[in-house]
Design a protein around this ligand. Structure first.
Ligand code: P6P
Length: 332
């Protein structure tokens, strides 16, 4: 077998070809370093007494797991000394973190450990990352500098900690998947051009929320469940991991639609998932792989953010199915 392309070689070649700022190559390498540290901690969680919760809450009042804190620390240690990062926003931080004395040109937004409720039951989790440009001369960096629409992302991706640790990455030239080689510690290119099949017969949604869904989602899911005897004239399958990164990696690999729609369970909430460090980076990757990412009413990447931790409805994946759900929202 010919030598596999390492993450470093892929990034360096992109930088040499003018497709990537060399400074971002170093940032991605450091995201890889943080991912390696988190993967190692997850693998030894029960042995190293890092399961369970700490007696603190994150910005949204959610109980933090020990590994949430460890993962957040891993990113806060890995990124500042790249010389390219002016500030960091994280699901685990109330405000935003300004890198001391930084003149870096980029802002990094992370969900350090998404799906952490799955850790104690040994189910896949992930880290999600989004990179925006910092305003020129970002000395007096303000929270509002992070509030840019997802269409302004210059790079986004996630690391899925599953049976294998895989980093999925895009910087505007398609989507690439890299698998961590535990022996060498290198991320090696294993999926060079990930494309989401436009057609799918697999949907992902937390069906226990069915009684709170809005009519367009009620209609779409009911039609999928009706199968070949219903209007879709084919049977569907359902998956729900409870970890967005795992569900999204699956649909990137074999197609699918993932939905965490707005519901009436808590009418004040526009959705459960976070715009800036979940929906935007995942939406960017999904679009780069030929899929769509919508709230049902608008393209996720067009949303003009108002708060770093704001929530949003998420409907994304295979083009044909997302288009159908959006059409149902338009019909009301
Ligand atoms: P529920 C994990 O907490 C998360 O943010 C996503 O990764 C996941 O898809 C979703 O929430 C699961 O939510 O309500 O099914 O537990």
């Amino acid at each position: 077998m010919s030598e596999r392309v390492s993450l470093l070689r892929h990034l360096t070649q992109a930088a040499q070809d003018g497709r990537l700022d060399p400074a971002l190559a170093l940032v991605v390498q450091q995201i890889g370093a943080a991912s390696r540290e988190i993967a190692a901690a997850l693998a030894r969680a029960a042995l190293a007494d890092v399961l369970g919760a700490v007696d603190s809450a994150n910005a949204s009042g959610e109980t933090q797991k020990k590994l949430d804190v460890l993962a957040n620390d891993a990113f806060l240690h890995a990124l500042p000394w790249t010389g390219a990062v002016a500030g960091i926003a994280s699901e685990e931080l109330d405000g935003t973190y300004r890198v001391p004395g930084a003149r870096g040109g980029y802002l990094v937004l992370v969900d350090p450990l998404d799906g952490s409720s799955n850790i104690d039951v040994n189910v896949s989790v992930g880290s999600i990352f989004s990179i925006l440009r910092a305003p020129d001369g970002a000395v007096g960096l303000a929270n509002d500098d992070f509030l840019q629409p997802g269409s302004r992302q210059v790079l986004a991706g996630f690391t899925a900690y599953g049976p294998a640790t895989v980093m999925v990455l895009s910087f505007g030239h398609g989507v690439q998947g890299f698998t961590l080689d535990p022996a060498s510690g290198e991320f090696l290119l294993t999926q060079p051009d990930m494309r989401i099949p436009e057609r799918t017969s697999e949907y992902a949604i937390n069906a226990s929320n069915q009684r709170w869904w809005q009519p367009p989602v009620q209609r779409y899911v009911a039609e999928c469940m009706a199968g070949k005897d219903g209007p879709r004239e084919r049977d569907f399958n359902m998956r729900w991991v409870g970890s967005m990164v795992a569900d999204v990696y699956r649909l990137l690999t074999r197609g699918g639609i993932f939905m965490y729609p707005r519901d009436t369970k808590d009418p004040a909430k526009p959705g459960k998932l976070r715009l800036m460090y979940e929906a935007n980076p995942i939406g960017y990757v999904v679009e780069q792989a030929g899929g769509l990412a919508s709230t049902g009413y608008e393209r996720i990447l067009d949303i003009r953010p108002e708060k770093v931790h704001q929530r949003v409805a998420v409907i994304l994946g295979s083009r044909e199915e997302v288009e159908r759900v959006v059409a149902y929202h338009r019909e009301g």
